[in-house]
Design a protein around this ligand. Structure first.
Ligand SMILES: Cc1ncc(C[n+]2csc(CCOP(=O)(O)OP(=O)(O)O)c2C)c(N)n1
Ligand SMILES: [Mg+2]
Length: 360
């Protein structure tokens, strides 16, 4: 895994040739082994544990952020990633150190997945001086040069040309890095996305576009806003291959991530992954959630939850003692509690900080 959270022991997945790249035929799923694993998944026990620990850290961190928001410790916008954890963790398990990540405002999970310090992220949420942007950026505006995390962007779709630009720099410097550029189903209808696609394919830039289709853009369902709801086809007119992925199954995500990243790293150009996922919480903390039923959310939680899926496999297929999982759960809670404590007691920035990092 390309973050500090954990290290995958697996070798990279097979490369995808132009011939077998999925393109317009859409979803590529299957179960050749008959054990319920998605095609090419090959998940070891160690991989399951890595995924479990990393997804759980995001889940607990987000739950705590929601609590702190409710208590008035966090101001401004706060978009939680709960439900979508398998997407960023599967992709990070497929990436390698040096690969960059850029995303929108639903970004806490991406930061933790790249190995950014939960204390620094939480302290930024509470506006404290040890936060990643010295308490002046908040939820949507954090960066880490060290962890190759390029934000955190509040303008829907703005990260797509930026991510494409980073991939251009990779190509120019010939550094072998791939840029993972995440955006939502709503952002996928932005014009700048297609300008980026054109350039990326024209110049064969090493970028993987990860479309996190969580079925809603604020309160608007995908079917109400999108003429083409198969987002894997969105690059078709630019000859960019794409595939639909079960974004609730971390094994499927990593397998697809390996195909896409290998493709981009091999100089074959951009690749699109539509991650079919779901967010359990509202769009942001101030969402009245009148656009979907409680039953719909409940059904996803009960039947498709990414963490439960891994937990079940660890217990049933890998015969892991429940005690061991409890130890992991406790450790994760401890990390999150420490981050929350820190974020409540770290001082606010000095007033003079108002004049630094500002372009006048
Ligand atoms: C250019 C622009 N237009 C509108 C908004 C308001 N806005 C914020 S989030 C959002 C919905 C985006 O949904 P999606 O891309 O599906 O991402 P998700 O929130 O589901 O992760 C909108 C319209 C904005 N921030 N920027
Ligand atoms: Mg969405």
């Amino acid at each position: 895994m390309a973050g500090a959270a954990a290290k995958s022991t697996r070798s990279p997945g097979r490369g995808v040739t132009e011939k077998d790249a999925p393109g317009a035929e859409g979803a590529r799923r299957g179960d050749p082994s008959g054990d319920g694993a998605p095609q090419g998944a090959n998940f070891t026990r160690e991989d399951e544990l890595t995924a479990y620990r990393s997804m759980l850290l995001i889940r607990r961190f987000e739950e705590k952020a929601g609590q702190l928001y409710g208590m008035g410790f966090i101001g401004g916008f706060c978009h939680l990633y709960i439900g979508q954890e398998a997407v960023v963790i599967g992709m990070q398990m497929a990436a390698r150190p040096g690969d960059q990540v850029i995303t929108g405002y639903r970004d806490h999970g991406h930061m933790l997945a790249t190995g950014m310090d939960p204390k620094g992220v939480m302290a930024e949420l509470t506006g404290r001086r040890s936060g990643y942007s010295k308490g002046k950026g908040g939820s949507m505006h954090m960066f880490s040069k060290e962890k190759q995390f390029f934000g955190g962007h509040g303008i829907v779709g703005a990260q797509v040309p930026l991510g494409t630009g980073i991939a251009f720099a990779n190509r120019y410097r010939d550094n072998g890095a791939v840029t993972l550029t995440y955006f939502g189903d709503g952002a996928a209808n932005q014009g700048q996305v297609y300008e980026s696609f054109n350039m990326a394919e024209l110049w064969k830039l090493p970028v993987v576009y990860v479309i996190e289709n969580n079925r809603y853009a604020m309160g608007t369902a995908v079917t109400r806003a999108s003429a083409q709801t198969d987002f894997s086809k969105r690059g078709a007119s630019f000859n960019i291959p794409g595939e639909q992925v079960d974004g609730m199954d971390v094994r499927a995500v990593r397998a697809a991530g390996e195909r896409a990243i290998t493709f981009a790293r091999d100089g074959k150009g951009p690749y699109i992954l539509e991650m079919q996922t779901y967010r359990y919480r509202g769009h942001s903390m101030s969402d009245p959630a009148k656009y979907r039923s409680k039953e719909e959310v409940q059904k996803m939680r009960e039947e498709r939850d990414c963490i439960e899926m891994v937990r079940k496999r660890l217990l049933e297929s890998w015969k892991m003692p429940e005690e061991e999982l409890k130890t992991i759960d406790a450790k994760v809670r401890e990390i999150v509690n420490e981050a929350a404590e820190f974020a409540q007691h770290d001082p606010e920035p000095e007033p003079a900080e108002l004049w630094t990092h500002v372009l006048l």
